[in-house]
Design a protein around this ligand. Structure first.
Ligand code: GDP
Length: 303
C-alpha cells in the first residue's frame, strides 16, 4: 500500500529511474540478496517502506515474525545504503513506537520515555531499532538517513484479510459483506472506546516526497529529535469510525462490540506541529478517503 502510493506520487512529480522490487523479486530479510541488489542498482535515494505489518491480532499472534523480519529488513537495507554511499534514506515506522501511556498528542520527543503497548511491542522495538540505526549511522558516518513516523494508514492496496488487517479496511469489508448478505449486525472488536487517527496513504506519499525534497538528517538530529511525525492531528473513537463506515457502505443494521478482543493502546494521536510548520498538511478528510477506498475495494473485490 505505502510503496505503491509513493511510486504514484513520484511518477506524478516526474521523477524517473524509480527502482521497485516486490517480495518475489527480492527478499529483504536475506543479507546477501540485499547487498547484491545495492551493488547492481546503486540507488541514490532509498525510501524504506517495506515492512512486516498487521493489525492488533496479527501483531499479537506472530510476535516472533514481527520482530525478526522487521529487524532483518531494516538492518540489511540501512547497512547496505551506508556501504553504497546512498545520498539520502528515509525510514518509515508507525505511531506505535511511542509509549502506551504517553501524553497526547504524541510529540517526537516522547520516544523511549516509558513502556510500550504489549500487543505491538515486538513490531515497535524493531521500528525503534530502525530509527536508532539511522540516527547512529548519521552520528558515526555522517549518513543523511532519518525516520518518518506515519499514523495509521489506509487507502488503495490495503490489506482486507480480517485476521491480519487493521481496523479501517476490516470494517469496510465487514460492513460491506453484512449489507450484501442482509445480516442484522456487524461485530466490532474491543469496546469501541479507543481512539485512533487515520491518514489517507496518498497524503502520506505526498509528505514523503515533501521530506525528500525539503528535509535532511541534520535538521532533525540538530533539533534533538530522531523521527518526524506524519498525521492529520485529529482522531476519533472506534465507535465513531464504525458509524462512519456504516454510513459510507449504506449498512442499515446494528453495531455489536466483542469485548473479548483487545482494545490495544487507548489513544495514539500524533502531534504534527513540526511537519505542519515545515509546510506540509494532510489534505484528505476521513469521509472522502473512506469513500475512495470503498470504491477501490468494490472494483477490486466485488463482482
Ligand atoms: P492498533 O492501532 O495497533 O491497535 O491496530 P488495529 O487497527 O488492528 O486496531 C485498532 C482498534 O480497532 C483496536 O482497539 C481493535 O480492537 C479495534 N477493532 C475493532 N474491530 C476491529 C477489526 O475488525 N479488526 C481490527 N484489526 N481491529 C478492530
Amino acid at each position: 500500500m505505502v510503496g505503491s502510493a509513493i511510486y504514484r506520487q513520484l511518477v506524478s512529480k516526474h521523477y524517473s529511474n524509480i527502482i521497485t522490487k516486490n517480495l518475489s523479486e527480492l527478499d529483504l530479510t536475506r543479507q546477501s540478496d540485499v547487498e547484491e541488489f545495492f551493488q547492481k542498482e546503486n540507488p541514490g535515494i532509498v525510501i524504506v517502506a517495506a515492512a512486516k505489518v498487521g493489525g492488533i491480532l496479527a501483531n499479537d499472534m506472530f510476535r516472533a515474525e514481527f520482530i525478526y523480519e522487521n529487524l532483518m529488513i531494516e538492518s540489511n537495507i540501512i547497512h547496505s545504503a551506508y556501504k553504497n554511499n546512498v545520498q539520502k534514506l528515509i525510514f518509515l515506522g508507525s505511531s506505535c513506537i511511542y509509549p502506551k501511556l504517553a501524553p497526547q498528542p504524541l510529540k517526537e520527543e516522547y520516544l523511549l520515555s516509558d513502556y510500550l503497548e504489549f500487543t505491538n511491542e515486538p513490531y515497535a522495538i524493531a521500528k525503534i531499532a530502525g530509527i536508532k540505526l539511522c540516527e547512529n549511522y548519521y552520528r558515526q558516518y555522517d549518513c543523511n538517513f532519518f525516520s518518518a513516523m506515519p499514523t495509521n494508514l489506509y487507502g488503495f492496496n490495503d490489506n482486507f484479510n480480517l485476521n491480519t488487517s487493521h481496523v479501517l479496511p476490516a470494517l469496510i469489508r465487514k460492513f460491506h459483506e453484512a449489507k450484501i448478505n442482509f445480516q442484522q449486525d456487524v461485530v466490532v472488536w474491543g469496546t469501541g472506546t479507543p481512539k485512533r487517527e487515520f491518514l489517507y496513504v496518498d497524503d502520506l506519499a505526498e509528505a514523503i516526497v515533501f521530506l525528500l525534497e525539503k528535509v535532511n538528517a541534520k535538521d532533525l538530529y540538530q533539533a534533538g529529535i530522531t523521527q518526524i511525525n506524519i498525521g492529520k492531528g485529529k482522531d476519533l473513537t472506534i465507535n465513531e469510525l464504525a458509524e462512519l463506515i456504516s454510513e459510507v457502505t449504506s449498512f442499515k443494521g446494528k453495531i455489536v462490540y466483542d469485548s473479548s478482543k483487545p482494545d490495544g493502546t487507548p489513544r495514539k494521536l500524533m502531534d504534527v506541529t513540526r511537519i505542519n510548520n515545515l509546510g506540509w498538511k494532510a489534505k484528505t478528510d476521513l469521509k472522502s478517503g473512506i469513500q475512495k477506498t470503498y470504491q477501490w475495494y468494490l472494483e477490486k473485490f466485488s463482482s
